[in-house]
Design a protein. Structure first.
Lengths: 239, 241
């Protein structure tokens, strides 16, 4: 009986959004091209050898993570200001994508650290602050998971999103001080212009991937909401 | 003429708001004072933690002395976190929060009142923790008294601000005991670093002018100002959500 009822429901078809799938392909091609460019143009580093090439994924992932936090902040502020559902869905989509890129940054940093420092983990300023950002964003997602009411979830997570994003520069600064007050940081190595170009191209490609992820999650979240609404409506009308 | 009237009106709203905040803080502290529902438990846990840390990190007296500031701050954070949910929990029992929210007026006095009560509560726990830690770990935790008191007050203010703010949400969902630390502690990392750094610098006799201590104290002040402002601004959405 119940099964029949669900079958008779005409749920919204997950309509193909041409724009989003085009974006996905463009992002994929750009990513492959940018990585290939980076690999082809870089000579093995004097000290690090081919290990240096992990930077073409690690550094863009970190940049993308910051962009993600910026979107989360902007969308959260817009939600509290205007109270429109779309900004809440955008914030949550951005948070999910940001969590992925933060975890990626952290893992790549750790993988790079193993041959460089000889350990998987060291209390390096960047590694440590990225770990803190990851737990902040996980807290955000956890609160969303634990809150049942849509409006309440939207308001609360917007508040948390704003405070969490504000904390990003504070976390970075405090961890850096914490380190530098104990030991002198190594000076940044001079960077080859070709190397910098490779990094920039990859940053663009990663931003496209972020855009695609956010767009995809946003579309899914919208469809979920519409479905819930339709089910409610049906249930109400059936009575 | 009208501007004078408006400024007089806004001045009186401010006074009213402050009176509301005071009333809430007074009510919370009185309740706590009369029932001691939470204080005894939290204070006892803090004492216990100081002992446990000693067992885990000791018995080398020198090692204990080196880590003592970090241990004191962790003890304060881990025991203090238990007090925040309670401050909204008691409003939820019997639907008191709904009644509070039906009163006209702005929402921030409710936050500031709760914050002030929690601030007093955690400071009282520290009054027990600090002398005990000084004895157990054999460190003169009071030696520049004003310096240490200043660091304690600044650190506690930031801690209690975010604790009260997140408890306004966490106390109203499932799994509140887990959710509050999960939300709160990652946000407190800069505060913990700054508080421990500042305490160490002050204890080392680092003059307040110059040296690491100043950088950390500035960081504490910045943290307090930023998050106090942020929390007061968005609290309205949180409490009505």
């Amino acid at each position: 009986m119940a099964i029949q009822q669900t079958q008779s429901l005409e749920l919204p078809r997950p309509m193909r959004s041409r724009g989003v799938s085009v974006l996905g392909w463009v992002a994929l091609v750009a990513l492959i091209a940018a990585e290939a460019f980076g690999f082809a143009t870089s000579v093995p580093d004097r000290d690090m050898g081919n290990l240096q090439k992990i930077m073409y994924v690690h550094v863009p992932a970190a940049w993308t993570m910051f962009i993600g936090f910026a979107i989360l902040f902007g969308a959260s502020v817009l939600y509290l200001w205007k109270g429109e559902e779309k900004h809440d869905l955008l914030a949550s989509s951005a948070a999910e994508a940001t969590a992925v890129f933060t975890a990626l940054t952290l893992m790549l940093g750790s993988i790079w650290g193993k041959p460089t420092w000889g350990v998987w983990w060291t209390w390096d300023a960047r590694l440590t602050s990225t770990a803190v950002l990851l737990v902040i964003i996980v807290g955000y997602l956890a609160l969303r998971e634990f809150t049942d009411d849509d409006e309440r979830r939207a308001k609360w997570s917007a508040a948390i999103g704003i405070l969490g994003a504000i904390n990003v520069p504070i976390v970075y600064m405090s961890v850096r001080w914490w380190k530098t007050l104990h030991q002198i940081q190594s000076s940044p190595a001079t960077v080859d212009p070709m190397y910098a170009l490779g990094l920039r191209l990859n940053a663009v490609a990663f931003s496209l991937v972020l855009w695609y992820f956010v767009a995809q999650r946003y579309r899914a979240a919208k469809l979920e909401r519409e479905t819930e609404r339709l089910i409610e409506e049906r249930a109400f009308n059936a009575r | 003429m009208s501007s004078i009237g408006a400024s007089a009106a806004s001045a009186s709203t401010w006074r009213l708001d402050l009176a509301r905040a005071r009333a809430i803080a007074w009510k919370d502290l009185t309740l706590e004072h009369r029932t001691r529902a939470n204080f005894n438990g939290v204070a006892f846990l803090a004492v216990l933690m100081l002992l446990m840390f000693g067992f885990a990190l000791g018995p080398d007296a020198e090692a204990l002395r080196t880590v003592s500031t970090g241990v004191v701050w962790l003890t304060v954070l881990f025991s203090g976190v238990l007090s925040f949910n309670r401050s909204f929990q008691m409003e939820l029992e019997g639907g008191a929060l709904d009644v509070l929210l039906t009163y006209p007026g702005r929402r921030w006095p409710l936050f500031v009142g709760k914050l002030a009560a929690n601030f007093g509560f955690v400071l009282l726990v520290e009054v027990i923790v600090l002398p005990l830690a000084a004895i157990l770990y054999n460190v003169p935790l009071f030696s520049p008294f004003t310096g240490m008191a200043g660091v304690l007050i600044l650190g506690t203010l930031g801690f209690v601000t975010l604790g009260t703010f997140y408890a306004a949400m966490a106390s109203r969902v499932r799994a509140r005991e887990v959710l509050l630390p999960l939300l709160l502690f990652p946000m407190l990392v800069p505060l913990l670093l700054a508080a421990v750094g500042a305490s160490k610098a002050v204890l080392a006799g680092d003059p307040i002018r110059g040296g690491d201590g100043v950088a950390w104290i500035r960081m504490l002040v910045a943290f307090d100002v930023i998050f106090l402002t942020g929390a007061v601004l968005v609290f309205e959405y949180v409490i009505e959500g």
